[in-house]
Design a protein around this ligand. Structure first.
Ligand code: PEP
Ligand code: MN
Length: 350
């Protein structure tokens, strides 16, 4: 499943031009055309989307280029308007996904709307696939909370509409453990990757797309804009339609072997990065401590402080041992790592 299109619908021209360029780039390959009409942004001082007006532009793109369409909904009113405009897929963004009540309200609005349609005199053989809505996509919440993401999937499943999960990371980093959990606990729910919001950088999109066959994901939602530099939102992460055509070849490759191992490796790569970032951040704070000590005539090594840190680490190791049993690592190992960090830290202070 491929969902391509700009972050936001900015003008009729931009919506139609981007759609036609993606269509040319994709050739026979089907895609769903996305564009946000309402943009729930972090700051109120940035572009908030043009609103309802954009739905007509999406409808026009659908009629002109024969593509299905998707837009973001954050309130029940958005649902009503989007369904009236014939939008095929709705997505719930990461900020809305952080609020279970907002997701429930959206789910209810979808169910109400579909019930309205159901109750009209319909053919007796009417089946669920007649739903005017083809699917609802739920992004992971902005905070790393697999339970809430799964809870939201369940809230939406009550509508009877197919639910699709989208991993867009937290901030601009992946949360592979969270995505892995959703994959394991809800294997029947298609899981897409949104490399655009996950990385925040257009240049990182191609590398991330390789994760799709590696992890056995079901597709991607990628932000594509006819003129990324001029985009009114998420300018840095949007790719051009011409770039997307060769990037998509990464997705079409065969599923990799050892998908479970690949998931675990993705998790460990992410942890390694966190580990090094944490060590680097610790060294920075240590440098500032060194400056303070110099300015105040205090020696770099304070034995009682050193002892205090070691005691804390020993307690931590004991807690880990209690939690994980025999498999926890040895105290000697912990001390070795700590000694190395401390040695480097002292060197940086002197
Ligand atoms: C979007 O898809 O444009 C969007 C706002 O995404 P997210 O909710 O993941 O930030
Ligand atoms: Mn965006």
């Amino acid at each position: 499943m491929l969902i391509l299109g700009p972050c936001a619908a900015e003008s009729r021209e931009q919506v139609l031009l981007t759609a036609s360029q993606i269509k040319d780039a994709c050739g026979e390959r089907p895609f769903i055309y996305r564009a946000g009409a309402w943009k729930p942004r972090t700051s109120p001082h940035t572009f908030q989307g043009v609103g309802e007006e954009a739905l007509a532009w999406l409808a026009e793109a659908k009629a002109l280029y024969g593509v299905e369409t998707a837009t973001e909904v954050a309130t029940p009113e958005h649902v009503t308007k989007a369904l009236e405009a014939g939008i095929d897929y709705l997505w719930i963004g990461a900020r809305t996904s952080a609020s279970p009540m907002a997701v429930s309200a959206i789910a209810e609005a979808i169910a109400d709307r579909l019930r309205l349609i159901e109750y009209r005199p319909a053919a007796p053989d009417r089946v669920q696939t007649d739903f005017p809505l083809k699917g609802v996509l739920i992004k992971n919440p902005v905070n790393e909370d697999a339970g809430l993401w799964i809870g939201n999937i369940e809230r939406l499943e009550k509508t009877g509409v197919p639910v699709i999960a989208v991993h867009r990371g937290c901030g601009h980093r992946p949360c592979w453990a969270m995505a892995h959990k959703v994959r394991t606990e809800r294997p029947g729910i298609p899981l897409l990757l949104d490399p655009s919001h996950l990385s925040g950088e257009a240049a990182k999109v191609p590398e991330l797309l390789k994760k799709i066959p590696e992890l056995g994901l079901d597709g991607a939602m990628i932000e594509v804009h006819c003129s990324p530099a001029e985009a009114l939102s998420d300018a840095k992460q949007q790719v051009t339609p011409s770039a997307i055509s060769y990037q998509l070849s990464a997705i079409s490759s065969q599923l990799s072997d050892g998908i479970e191992l690949n998931w675990l490796r993705a998790e460990i790569d992410e942890l390694d990065e966190t580990l090094w970032n944490t060590i680097a951040a610790r060294m920075e704070v240590s440098k500032r401590i060194g400056e303070w000590k110099k300015a105040n005539g205090v020696a770099p090594l304070q034995p009682e402080r050193y002892q205090q840190i070691i005691n804390k680490l020993k307690i931590k190791n004991y807690e880990l041992r209690m939690k994980t049993g025999k498999q926890s690592f040895r105290e000697e190992f912990m001390m070795k790592v700590w000694e190395l960090i401390h040695e480097e830290s002292l060197r940086m202070q002197s």
